[in-house]
Design a protein around this ligand. Structure first.
Ligand code: PNS
Length: 161
């Protein structure tokens, strides 16, 4: 039996913290589906296709990882559709836990799918997509927080839109 998990998120854009969790999930499970969940009514910085390309550039070297895009879907339905028994998420600290726990309990209530939390690597504890975007937007250096390709995409994002 293939043990498959989902690493869900907005990934707008993928950070090195996300990549660390995906890499560690890929060591624990036979297959990892990185699910980019987006709401078409909300305008992100990157399009879903751009987010997928940036994820593949950051962790596409992992043979058992694939990226799929979903719009307006419940995470539990995504898990059912791809045949995943678990959701894997990283926790940067107590604030993340307070945000994630009700979602984990709700998802288990809905279909029984379990959420597995991985302790975030302290090297990436301060990294979030929104903080990285804010730093990049005002000209700060985001090297070491995201891949070089994401850093360059962020530099272009503010000039294009
Ligand atoms: O990267 P993010 O923005 O923290 O990811 C949050 C995400 C997309 C994983 C979460 O909002 C989600 O699961 N959305 C799908 C809709 C859903 O299932 N909502 C009910 C959650 S209990």
């Amino acid at each position: 039996m293939t043990r498959r998990c989902v690493c869900p998120g907005s990934y707008d854009p993928v950070t090195l913290g996300h990549a660390d969790v995906i890499r560690r999930a890929a060591a624990l499970y036979d297959e990892v589906v990185v699910a980019v969940l987006h709401n078409p009514a909300k305008h992100g910085t990157f399009t879903p296709d751009e987010r997928r390309d940036l994820i593949l550039d950051t962790c596409g070297d992992l043979a058992n990882v694939r990226v799929e895009l979903f719009a307006n879907r419940l995470l539990v339905d995504v898990c059912r559709d791809v045949g995943a028994s678990a959701i894997v998420k990283g926790l940067r600290g107590g604030t993340d836990f307070a945000y994630e726990l009700p979602m984990a309990l709700m998802n288990r209530h809905l279909t029984g799918v379990e959420t597995v939390f991985l302790p975030g690597d302290p090297r990436f504890e301060h990294i979030s997509s929104s903080l990285v975007k804010e730093v990049a937007r005002y000209g700060g250096d985001v090297s070491g927080l995201v891949s070089d390709r994401v850093r360059d995409a962020l530099a272009g994002a503010w000039s294009d839109r």
